[in-house]
Design a protein around this ligand. Sequence first.
Ligand code: 5GP
Length: 140
Amino acid sequence: MTYDPDNIFAKILRGEIPSTQVYEDDDTLVFMDIMPRADGHCLVIPKTPCRNVLDASPEQLLACMKTTQKISQAAMAAFDAGGVTIQQFNEAVGGQEVFHLHFHILPRHDGIKLRPPGKMEDADVIAANAEKICAALAEG
Ligand code: 5GP
């Protein structure tokens, strides 16, 4: 399987389609999922190309894991969450829909299930949730 440079997340990285971004460093970018399954649902991606965990380099995986930990901590604080679910899918058979490596961060609350996939959220709700994560990151 080869990397398709025209996948949606590659276009987000190039600024060709909009996204609501909450964090970036030299190696990773974090932005809100447009169909959130929980408040604060966001996605961590490497800035360099790879399809998923199966073809990622150790450096890409390390960078993504570092950022995933940092943003998980901030998202838990931002949403007063009791835990966080981190999801990651590999190839279509494994549940992957966008073929640029990404880790889902889903803040969780006791007794509240994840929402079903595939429902677009209002842009202003997504922006407000992104601001909460940014504020938690700023507070450290
Ligand atoms: P997966 O590939 O792990 O199954 O899921 C891809 C995720 O990307 C889904 O949660 C979906 O809601 C999200 N997604 C799909 N298209 C876009 C988009 O254009 N922008 C953003 N921000 N998220 C997207």
